[in-house]
Design a protein around this ligand. Structure first.
Ligand SMILES: Cc1cc2nc3c(=O)[nH]c(=O)nc-3n(C[C@H](O)[C@H](O)[C@H](O)COP(=O)(O)OP(=O)(O)OC[C@H]3O[C@@H](n4cnc5c(N)ncnc54)[C@H](O)[C@@H]3O)c2cc1C
Length: 409
């Protein structure tokens, strides 16, 4: 949504001006250069500066470290952060997980961590995916075995993004291997500085940094358990639904899907292509003199607008599909110029097309794959029955028939 088209109250307009001025000061070119180098989705100075305004947890009351913002001001902040491509992965993931911690942690742990989350000194990452497979989170194999007042954790988690910049991971573990898979899981908030935790960096195709995290006889005190033993699936549901854009309450505003964010990567690539199209070649002609070039660029511009405005799970799928197809089309149009990496002399838009093309590939996977999201659209948007796949029978109430005709006993 373009807030230029929305009539803001004088207070909201003043807030927007304040946000712009503050972000101009803290989200500098250096921040973007550093993000390109690290791929962290996190910048410590920016994170702490946002915390100083209560803007890491903007909806929390001021006395709890937030900014007490209403939904419109929160949206203004969100859009301005996004427009500046502020590295916010760790901040957003922390917020998503916090709601479950707030609900399920023992009061002493919750009260200890809450002000630190608002202050930006405690950050949280997601430990769902395992090397053997990620979409089927309930098949988690990382084992937690009780030993008195502690749990001994063993195994490994793949793609724990931000672990190296976080203090805790939201770790789903298997505590009862004999129970049906959703019923033998327990959730922990594991301190990442415990002995036996090893974090190894992995760079994705686009340069984004993620991690594999090994747990080798890690002794986790029971105070870090979230929710009941073997009820981890209930704890996980809230953050997972939020990540899947299911049942979001936008306070009257439609959801800004993750696909909306993907378009912020396509925009500079399209700008770079426009500049290329209007640049004269040695013979005096311009690529834009070819109507097919103009048509292709115009189609990308339309797709970009549509994906930007599509909310919820559909926006997530649309955003990825548009970025994957458009970035490939731009590379095809620009030829070798489109494959010059950021920082290379003569790279149009400082390598924005190459970056979009690389970044596009991961968007089909993270936060849940587009195939999984298509299933979510079928069920939660269209109201179609849950498709069957291995293991799905386990969760049907006794006697209920699943779409394949099998009856759960
Ligand atoms: C850069 C990056 C960062 C990530 N960050 C995190 C993180 O911080 N924490 C975390 O826990 N995870 C993270 N993930 C994992 C991500 O969220 C995906 O859920 C996970 O990668 C999917 O698992 P997989 O790659 O093992 O694919 P699989 O689940 O093995 O899937 C393989 C293929 O099968 C398809 N498939 C699987 N199940 C179904 C189904 N039911 N219906 C239709 N098709 C299906 C998939 O769409 C895919 O095409 C990250 C992934 C990436 C690439």
């Amino acid at each position: 949504m373009d807030f230029g088209l929305v009539a803001l109250t004088p207070e909201q307009a003043a807030f927007a001006a304040d946000v712009r001025q503050f972000l101009d000061e803290i989200v500098t070119d250096d921040v973007h250069v550093r993000e390109r180098e690290t791929g962290d989705g996190f910048n410590a100075e920016v994170h702490l500066a946002l915390a100083s305004r209560g803007w890491l947890t903007p909806g929390w009351p001021v006395e709890e470290g937030g900014a007490g913002l209403d939904p419109v001001c929160r949206r203004i902040l969100e859009l301005e952060l996004e427009r500046r491509r502020t590295p916010m992965v760790t901040a957003n993931v922390t917020n998503m997980i916090w709601k479950a911690v707030d609900r399920y942690a023992e009061p002493d742990l919750r009260d200890d961590l809450k002000p630190k989350v608002a202050a930006g000194t405690v950050r949280l990452c997601l430990g769902y995916t395992e090397p053997d497979g990620g979409s089927d989170i309930a098949a988690a194999k990382v084992r937690a075995v009780r030993d008195g007042e502690e749990w001994v954790v063993n195994g490994s988690k793949m793609f724990t993004t931000g672990a190296h910049n976080c203090q805790y991971t939201f770790l789903i573990t298997r505590t009862d291997p004999e129970a049906p898979k959703h019923r033998g899981l327990t959730m922990f908030l594991v301190p990442l500085d415990l002995p036996g935790v090893e974090i190894q960096g992995i760079r994705a195709f686009s340069g984004e940094r993620t991690n594999i995290v090994y747990y080798d006889d890690v002794r986790v005190p029971d105070r870090y358990r979230l929710g009941a033993v073997n009820d981890g699936w209930s704890v996980l549901r809230g953050p997972l639904d939020e990540e899947h854009s299911i049942g979001l309450d936008g306070g009257g505003l439609s959801d800004l899907s993750i696909g909306h964010g993907f378009m912020r990567v396509l925009e500079p690539a399209l700008d770079a292509a426009m500049e290329w199209a209007l640049t004269e070649r040695p013979d005096g002609s311009r690529p834009a003199d070819d109507p097919s070039v103009v048509t292709r660029l115009a189609r990308i511009a339309v797709d970009l607008e549509c994906a930007t405005l599509t909310p919820g799970p559909m926006g997530r799928v649309r955003g990825s599909d548009v970025l994957v197809e458009a970035a490939a089309d731009l590379v095809d149009l620009l030829g070798p110029l489109g494959l010059l990496a950021p920082g290379t002399d003569a790279a149009p838009g400082d390598g924005a097309v190459d970056h979009a093309h690389r970044f596009a590939q991961g968007t089909a996977t993270y936060g849940g794959t587009v195939e999984v999201f298509r299933t979510i659209i079928a069920q939660h948007v269209l109201g179609l029955p849950r498709p069957t796949y291995p293991g799905s029978r386990t969760f049907l109430p006794a006697g209920r028939r699943n779409p394949s005709g099998a009856v759960q006993s």
